[in-house]
Design a protein around this ligand. Sequence first.
Ligand code: APR
Length: 233
Amino acid sequence: MAKPVQKIVILTGAGISAESGIRTFRASDGLWEDHRIEDVATPEGFEADPELVHEFYNMRRAASSAAQPNAAHIALARLAADPRYEVLIVTQNVDDLHERGGSQNVIHMHGSLYGALCHACGARWPAPEVMQASTPCPECGQRATRPDIVWFGEMPYRMDEIWTALRAADLFVSIGTSGNVYPAAGFVQDASRAGVATLELNLDPSSGTSRFDESRHGPATELVPDWVDKLLA
Ligand code: APR
């Protein structure tokens, strides 16, 4: 009899895109490109200075668009293409390197640089490369356009779907995340409680390393293709 399809939920963070040239968050004293996190990644920061917030995300969008998917993104797409595995990628990243690396089943739980959101009515539409707060919303007409990014104090997207997939998985893998931001940082415990095997692939031990059944440390472009190659062998 054929073996049942193995369900794998993969959480990714800034570390998987680091070798594509996109900077991780916690590398620099709580400052992002010299901005305080409160100023550029909270609803209050946006309300106080929308143009500063747009300048910051326009810069991040340009960096993301100029970057190329690396061997880790591409390896995950190879895994998902194999009929023996059912793969869901849940990413905290707002770049589109998983999609450009060939992955299709991707949830952007912290939103995307390529989406626009009306801060007044919640309408969503595709983002232009350079966004401005003064662009009128196509639905309500108000000038409160913001990037469709989940900021501190806001609820990440599609959580029910993620928790359901996590509990039904055979394996949970966390790649390139420091384990500091909830709810993603709690996925390893949610998975363990449901009897799901857990694996961490990260440059150095994350805050949650001890909670994983197994942790491997090194660069994502080495660890991820090695892990995928073994599953596909
Ligand atoms: N390969 C693997 N892991 C790496 C690499 C690499 N080449 N480079 C860095 N890392 C690891 C770091 O060791 C760190 O543990 O990636 C992790 C990145 O951590 P953070 O910068 O904290 O990023 P992340 O965990 O994705 O942040 C979560 O916090 O700031 C908010 O909303 C933002 O989505 C973000 C969330």
